[in-house]
Structure formats: C-alpha cells, structure tokens
Design a protein. Structure first.
Length: 499
C-alpha cells in the first residue's frame, strides 16, 4: 500500500479557520446593526488663537448627524451668537459679531444624535466632545510723554497688564500704524537730536506679539529702516489693509514744487535689496487713504475726492466724487465710506456713501469732523466731531457720537473739554472699546526747547497726556445703560488698538 499525502496543508488550515472566524464576526455585526459611535473628527479652532478676522469655525463628524440635535446641543462658553450651515458631515458656525478679545472659550457637544439612529429605532448619541480656543489679548499702542518713555512707542497688554517700550531712545516717534497681523508696526520718527519734523524717516519695529497660532513671535523692539529722508521729506503715510504696500506723501527738498504721492512695498528687504519708492503719476493732493482692497488710494484732489489706482496710470482716476472733499473712513469690505462735504457757509456734512450709489447725510456740524471708524461688529459708525461754541474766538468743543447706519439714530457718548483740540480715538477690533487721549499743552513754553520735546499736530508743546478707555454697547442698550470712560494708568497720546 502507498501512503497518501495530506490533502490540506497546515497553512491552508490556518487560513480557512481565520476566514470562518471573520465570517462569524461579520454575521454578528450584521445581526447587531451599525454600532459605531459618532464623534467629532476635526475642530478647526482647536487650541487656536483667533482674531476679529476669524468669523467661523467648523466641526467635521465621523458619521452623518441629525443637524437639529447638533444645533440644539452645541454649547459655547462664554456664549457667542452665530448661525449654522451644513455640507454633508461638516457643520460651520459663523459668528454674528467678532469674539471679544482676551477671552478663553470652550466648545462642548453632547447628546447630539446620529442621523440614522431614529430611523433604526435606536437612541444612539455622539461621543462627548470638548474643544478650546482663545482670542488675542487686548493690546494697545501709544506714544509716551513722561520720563524715559517720552517720544517712545509703547505697547501695553491690557489682558496681562504688561508694558514694553518698543523704540530706542535716539528716535522720537511721530506717527504709526500696525500691520494686519500685529507682529510689526510701521512708524515715522525723527532723531531725538533734531527738532525738524520734516526730517522724519520710516521704520518698522517688531511687537513681540504673534499674530498666528502655533508660531513663535519675533523678539520685540527690532527696528528696521524702511525709507530715509535724504532727498525727500516724508510728510504722511498710510499702510494698506493687507500690509503689503505703503503710500507716502513726499516733498522734494531741493524743489518745493515737486510734491506728491509715492508708493512702495512694505517689506524691508535685505541691506542690498532695499525696496525703492515709486512716484504715483497724478496731480498733487491732500489727505489720502488706501482703499480696503489695497489696490487704490482715495485722495482729496481739487474740488473733490479721487480714487487712484496704485498700479497703472494714476492720472486716470477710477472714480471721482466732486461733491466730497475728504474720505474719513471705509468699511472693512469696502462697500461703504464716510465722506465729508465742505459747504460754502463753513459748515461740514458727513455722508454715508455706498458702492450702490446711495449718498445719505448723517451729520451737519459747525465745527470739524475729526475722524470716523466703522464698527465691524454692528452697523454703527463712531465719529469724533467738534461743535463751534464761540465764533469770535473760534473755540471748538469735541465730542464722540455713535451713529446707527440703518436708522440714522445718533447717540452722543462723550463730551470733551473745549481745550481738547488734538483728541485722537481708536475703536477696538472686537468693537467693545474706544480709546482716546487727553493732551495737556504746556503753558508759556520757553523759546528754546529741548530737542526731544513733543508737539501736537497744531504745534502746541505737550506737557503730558492721559489715556482713557470707554466700554461700548450697542446703541439700543446704550440708551438705557450709562457708560463712563475709565482713565488708564498710562501717560501718552495717539493711542491705537493692536488688531
């Protein structure tokens, strides 16, 4: 007899056993139904730092969800009003107003139902989810007025109560603007050994603040020269909203008639690759402001306001508004502008002008329209105005007003002393605070002044100045709740919020 070979090899037996086990398991799963618990796979703001430009977050789920149960069970602490939208398993929550700065937030979701659980007659809920994010600190900038801070650019973190002097002692800061991420400041300054305001040069300085989550901020107080004043006087400047372009009003030192606008990249470049300014080929103009899209500049020109392109032929305006002499502010999306009309009776009108051709009068004043800012959190325009209280001596009294752009309703917020002619204000990015200064001019200043002496735009010598913070409420709430400004423990002027 011959010995027969084994029909099934050991490896085959193992494979067949595994297939049988898997078949049994699959069968059991089919009999039990779908038991995978729904969960949140991704939260776009998890452990992130956000700013006013961040207006929505998204949750992505592992399974299709019952949208109403998610919306009913989502909790944000502290609360943030918003609206929901869905695209498959992805839910987006869009904030109605910017999240208040200096706050830690918790997002929690529990009890939300699987979309197919009810159809299967089962009560299957999501795995509990907890997420966290925070908003940027509340940070302000100003020019110091006392002791070692005099003429320096100062950063003060209101959230952490920390102060930094950003600029060196050999520079006296005249004006400044923040880059959109808050990591650098563009400023003009003269030497502390030179009283000539027309010798100002442009610089950037780092703030030590990180504008992006997870990125290490550059050390504070690193100063770079952007534009010198060897051949041209740098009179005024504006930084584009995207932080890429600077427009400067310049005058030729050798030829006073050579006067106009120049533009240049906002990057400092290497020592061998310093960007050079280029002349904007247009008629000379007055006050100017870069448009929200960063592609054009609005400038007072002749008997009106011209919108000039920054690229191309600026001698051909994109638009010209002959009835207005000045643009005070643009809304963030560029759809609205606050514009000033100068009347023949020496009064001034403030108009709301939209890109749809609407021109709506908001205010008429016998004084001045100093500055205006659109609130990103509500349809409100905050304006610093003056009213004429003495025609003989031409004494103006400044005041702050909030204007509801839908109804035209005006709410006076603050009446300032009549001697405060150089007040400046700044609206916070979250729309919850208004900064302003109160300068005390020096009485009977000596004929010869130290070279580091600070002066206002009107030429008055500054003795000292205080900073004030006014909390803001919606106009409807402000009508029933009295809000009062609070003096900050800081001595300075020209206050600005960091974005």
């Amino acid at each position: 007899m011959t010995k027969s070979k084994a029909f099934i090899q050991p490896l085959d037996r193992i494979a067949i056993t595994l297939m049988l086990l898997l078949s049994v398991l699959i069968g059991l799963m089919i009999l039990q139904g779908d038991v995978v618990t729904a969960r949140v796979r991704d939260f776009t703001w998890q452990n992130q730092q956000i700013g006013a430009e961040d207006n929505s977050f998204a949750l992505t789920f592992s399974r299709p969800m019952d949208s109403k149960s998610v919306e009913d069970n989502l909790k944000i602490e502290p609360p943030l009003a918003g609206k929901f939208s869905w695209a498959g398993r992805r839910m987006v929550y869009t904030l109605l107003t910017p999240a208040p700065y200096g706050t830690n937030y918790k997002v929690q979701l529990q009890g939300a139902k699987d979309k197919f659980a009810e159809l299967e007659g089962k009560n299957r809920t999501i795995q509990t989810f907890v997420g966290n994010f925070r908003t940027r600190d509340r940070v302000i900038l100003y020019i110091g007025t006392e002791h070692e801070e005099q003429g320096k650019l100062i950063l003060y973190n209101l959230t952490q109560e920390q102060k930094k002097i950003l600029t060196p002692k050999d520079l006296v800061v005249l004006d400044f603007e923040s880059f959109p991420d808050g990591e650098k400041i563009l400023f003009s300054a003269r030497s502390s050994n030179n009283q000539d305001l027309l010798s100002a040069q442009l610089y950037t300085v780092t703030t030590g603040v990180s504008g992006k989550s997870g990125q290490q901020a550059e050390p504070a107080s690193r100063v770079d020269l952007i534009l010198d004043s060897k051949d041209y006087q740098n009179l005024k400047f504006d930084l584009s909203p995207d932080g890429q372009t600077i427009v400067i009003q310049r005058g030729n030192k050798a030829n006073p008639g050579d006067f106009g606008l120049w533009f240049m990249p906002a990057t400092s470049g290497s020592s061998a690759e310093k960007p050079s300014p280029k002349r904007l080929k247009s008629q000379p103009g007055g006050d100017f402001m870069i448009t929200p899209d960063s592609k054009a500049v609005a400038v007072a020109q002749g008997q009106g306001a011209a919108i000039l392109p920054l690229q191309g032929d600026a001698s051909k305006p994109l638009d010209f508004l002959p009835q207005f002499g000045l643009v005070q502010a643009f809304s963030k999306d560029g759809s609205q502008a606050a514009m000033v009309k100068f009347n023949t009776d020496y009064t001034r009108d403030l108009f709301l002008v939209t890109n749809q051709g609407v021109q709506k009068q908001l205010v008429k004043t016998t004084g001045s329209i100093v500055s205006c800012q659109f609130d990103t959190a509500s349809p409100t325009l905050y304006c610093l105005l003056t009213q004429l209280v003495s025609k003989e001596q031409y004494i103006e009294q400044p005041y702050v007003v909030a204007i509801d752009l839908k109804t035209g309703q005006q709410k006076p917020l603050l009446l300032l002393p009549v001697d405060q002619r150089n007040v400046q204000m700044s609206l916070s990015a979250d729309g919850l605070g208004l900064l302003f200064d109160q300068i005390v001019p020096q009485k009977n200043p000596p004929t010869t002044l130290p070279t580091n002496t600070l002066k206002t735009d009107d030429g008055d010598t500054i003795a000292t100045s205080s900073l004030w913070l006014m909390p803001l409420l919606p106009i409807a709430d402000a009508a029933t709740v009295e809000i009062k400004p609070e003096q900050l423990p800081l001595s300075g002027f020209h206050p600005r919020w960091l974005p």
